[in-house]
Design a protein around this ligand. Structure first.
Ligand code: SAM
Length: 211
């Protein structure tokens, strides 16, 4: 089990990056949250960038953010959000409030958890039957890109980027946990330098009703 997240370097980098997000990423965040209703669990909220973008049909967001510098910024974003946000300092692995959620939101976070299979199974359990996990994640590439990602993951990238792993087959992981992936889209961001993160996917992973 993860014992909390303490990452001052990454917290500084992510704070700077999330303050300068391009409008294209904002649009994807809105798309990832569109149409959500009821009680939502947000995993690894970072600085709380999603909080202002939830639709008014969401009645409560319970957000986990274990990195204390990021959590402090998320707390400010929570105070300004139009929907009620409860923030906890747990890792997702430690979080369990015993009440089922209507939806789970993951953005740019399933790359960073230690054991994605275990977390996917946990998030499946946290949802009510018929509930859905919305994801906006970077995912594994193929060919030479896959080789670059494997090298990055085995060397400096996770240390520099808050345990981010670039070569994760996140949608396969969600399917293996029992989710049905729907409405997915993927794209590659054009880059002039060979950074290992360029392949992205957005979609919804539904927990079948009656399960
Ligand atoms: C790249 S940031 C993305 C933040 C946010 N989801 C967003 O879309 O802006 C990854 C976040 O996941 C958090 N995180 C890493 N491991 C975690 C874990 N085991 N449980 C919960 N959050 C975690 C980090 O502290 C960080 O805030």
């Amino acid at each position: 089990m993860t014992e909390g997240v303490d990452n001052p370097f990454f917290a500084r980098v992510w704070t700077a990056m999330s303050a300068r997000e391009p409008e294209s990423l904002r649009r994807l965040r809105r798309e990832n949250l569109a149409g959500l209703t009821g009680r939502v669990l947000e995993v690894g909220a970072g600085t709380g960038t999603n909080f202002a973008l939830y639709p008014a049909t969401v009645t409560e967001v319970v957000a986990v953010e274990p990195e204390r510098r990021l959590a402090a910024l998320a707390a400010r974003a929570a105070a300004d959000a139009a929907v009620p946000v409860t923030l906890t300092a747990d890792t997702v692995e430690r979080f369990d409030d015993g009440e089922p959620f209507d939806a789970v939101v993951c953005s740019l976070v399933l790359c960073s958890v230690e054991d994605p299979d275990a977390v996917a199974a946990q998030l499946y359990s946290a949802l009510r039957p018929g509930g859905e996990l919305r994801y906006l994640e970077h995912v594994a590439g193929t060919g030479a890109r896959a080789r670059l990602q494997r090298v990055a993951d085995a060397t400096v990238w996770p240390r520099l980027a808050g345990n981010c792993h670039t070569h994760r087959h996140t949608e396969q992981t969600l399917r293996a946990a029992g989710f049905r992936v729907q409405g997915r889209r993927e794209w590659t961001m054009p880059r002039w330098v060979p950074l290992p993160v360029a392949e992205f996917a957005i979609g919804r992973a539904v927990k079948p009703a009656g399960s």
